[in-house]
Write a protein that binds this ligand. Structure first.
Ligand code: SF4
Length: 193
């Protein structure tokens, strides 16, 4: 019973579906993240798999796409940049639709965190490719990462999974952490100098 209550209190995490090995990437493959925390969170039912590009109506496989001109997902959301496939096709509307649906899913499932794969023009949460399909990286959020972050969802990349765990632990035990901090401070202040 106590364990059930604890499980309910633990926050859910929206995850790039390809990080769970689902074959949704542009090349029709997955990119499973092999980490003990993924196994644990999966067993606890905390992972919500989502692929914004498929949700936005794009097929799999599909041509690779990048945000044009070294811009970011925030620029796309604000109408200052487009997302273009390597073929030149404009897929901005599909990317924005996918980002909106990712946010809707996160809200429906009460996800306070997102674990997204880096480099993607949708899910990238640390770096992106610069729009010239040359393999050159630059820092920034993809369209979905920017949409979720603007909505107050804490976004982490797959390389930050342990930081996510620490943050989630703190959120879950915030009341207790504050009490412990107060006790700790009181104890320090009460030591005679
Ligand atoms: S949109 Fe996100 S979840 Fe879908 S394939 Fe690209 S990186 Fe993976």
């Amino acid at each position: 019973m106590v364990e059930q209550r604890r499980a309910r209190r633990r926050d859910k995490i929206l995850v790039s579906a390809c990080l769970l090995g689902l074959p949704v990437r542009y090349d029709g493959k997955g990119k499973a993240l092999d980490h003990a925390l993924m196994d644990r969170w999966r067993e606890e039912g905390r992972l919500v798999a989502f692929c914004p590009e498929e949700a936005g109506g794009l097929p799999t496989p599909r041509p690779p796409a990048e945000i044009e001109g070294g811009k970011t997902g925030d620029d796309v959301l604000d109408g200052r940049a487009r997302v273009l496939e390597k073929t030149g096709r404009d897929v901005t509307a599909e990317f924005i639709a996918g980002a909106d649906l990712a946010f809707r899913e996160a809200r429906l499932q009460s996800c306070r965190f997102a674990l997204l794969i880096d480099g993607s023009p949708s899910c990238g949460a640390g770096f992106l490719y610069d729009g010239f399909f040359s393999g050159t990286r630059h820092p920034g959020f993809g369209v979905t990462a920017a949409r979720l972050s603007r909505a107050g969802i804490h976004v982490f990349t797959q390389t930050e999974i342990e930081a996510l765990q620490r943050r989630a632990f703190y959120q879950t035990h915030k009341g207790r952490c504050n009490t412990l901090n107060l006790l700790h401070n009181f104890h320090l202040k009460s030591i005679p100098i």
